[in-house]
Write a protein that binds this ligand. Sequence first.
Ligand SMILES: Cc1ncc(COP(=O)(O)O)c(C=O)c1O
Length: 383
Amino acid sequence: MYDEIIRFIRKIYGTGKPVPLHEPRFSGNEKKYLLDCIDSTYVSSVGEYVSGFEKRIKEYCGSPYAVATVNGTSALHLALILAGVKPGEMVITQPLTFIATANAVLCCGASPLFIDVDRETMGLSPGKLAEYLKANSKTGDDGYTYHSVSGQLIRACLPMHTFGHPGRMDELNDVCTKYNITVVEDSAEAIGSRYKGRHAGTLGAIGVLSFNGNKIITTGGGGMILTDNADVAKRAKHLTTQAKIPHRWEFAHDEAGYNYRMPNINAALGCAQMEKLDLFLEKKRTLAETYKKFFDGTGIPFFIEPEHCRSNYWLNCIFMKDREERDRFLQFSNDNGVMTRPAWNLVTTLPMYKNALSGNLDNARWIEERLVNIPSSVVDIET
Ligand SMILES: Cc1ncc(COP(=O)(O)O)c(C=O)c1O
C-alpha cells in the first residue's frame, strides 16, 4: 500500500526526482517587479511595492486595513501587543500549532493557556474553551476574566487555522465575547481560506498572515496584520517602523518600537505572487480532490475542509491508524524521495511550555499521533 501511495504522488508531480512538501512557484511578474525595485534603489523599508502589496491583500481579504511586516512571527508578536496583551497576563492558544504561535505569547511577557482543538477542524475548540473557562475562571470587578488558579487576567485568545482550514470562528467569538477576551487569529497558513464567505484573519479583532517560502504565495519572508480598526492599523504601522515620528530629517521616536516593516524588495515579490493567488488556489483544490478520490479507495482518511469553510488546502493531511503506522509511513516515504512530515510536536511537550497551564488535550494528542502531511505544492493536473 505505501508503495502505491508513493507511485500515485510521483505520478501527480510527474517526476522521478525528490518531491518536496511545498515549494514556491514563480511563473509571473516576479523578476520584472524585482528588477524594477532594484532599479528604483528603494529596496528597503520605503517604497511603492509595500503599499501596493498591502492594498492588494486588503482588497483580496476584504480587510479595511493591512500592515505588512518582515514575517508572520513579528506580525503575531505585534498583533498581541495591539490586542493589549501585557506582561503577566494570559493568552489562550492551542497546543497543535507551529512554535511561533506560542512564542509570540512569551515575547509579550505573558503566559500561554493551552486549550484543545476539535478533531473536525483541527482548530481551537470553542466547546472545550467554554467548558474550561466555566470551571477555571472568574470575572473581576473590572469586567475582565481572571484565571482562578494563577489569578492572571486572560486578555486574548489566539486560535490558529491549522494547515489552512478555518476553525469554528462564530462559536469561538461567542465564547470570547462572553468572557471579554480579544480574539487574534493566527492565519499564517490560511491565505485564501474562507469561513462563511469571510477571509481567515478578518473574523476576530486582528488577524495575521505569513508569506514565508513554504506558504502558497511568498515574499521570501513576510507577514501581514489585518484589522478593521483604523487606530489599531495606525499603531501597527507606527510600531513596525521603530515608532518614528514622521519627519523629513529629524529622528524622534515616541515609544519603544520595532524594526518589523516589510522591505520593498520582498513586497515586490508579493505583488507578483498576488497576481497568481487565485490560480494557485484553484490548482490546490484540484490536487486535494485528486488526493481525496485516491485515499477513499485506501481506507486512509484524507482531511477535507470543515463545514462552512472553503479552505486553501495549504498542506494536505492524511491520518494513519496509530503512531507506529505513522512513523513507518514517514520512514518509507522519505526514504523513497517523497517528502512527508508529521504534525508539530505538541507545544505543551516542549521544555519552554511543559509547565504551562492547559485543559484536557486529548484531540490534539490524537491528531499528533496520526497525522501526516503529504506533498502539496501547486501542480498542474488535467481535469
Ligand atoms: C501557524 C503559524 N504561525 C506563525 C508562523 C510564522 O510565520 P513566519 O514563518 O512568516 O514567521 C507560521 C509559519 O511560518 C505558522 O505556520
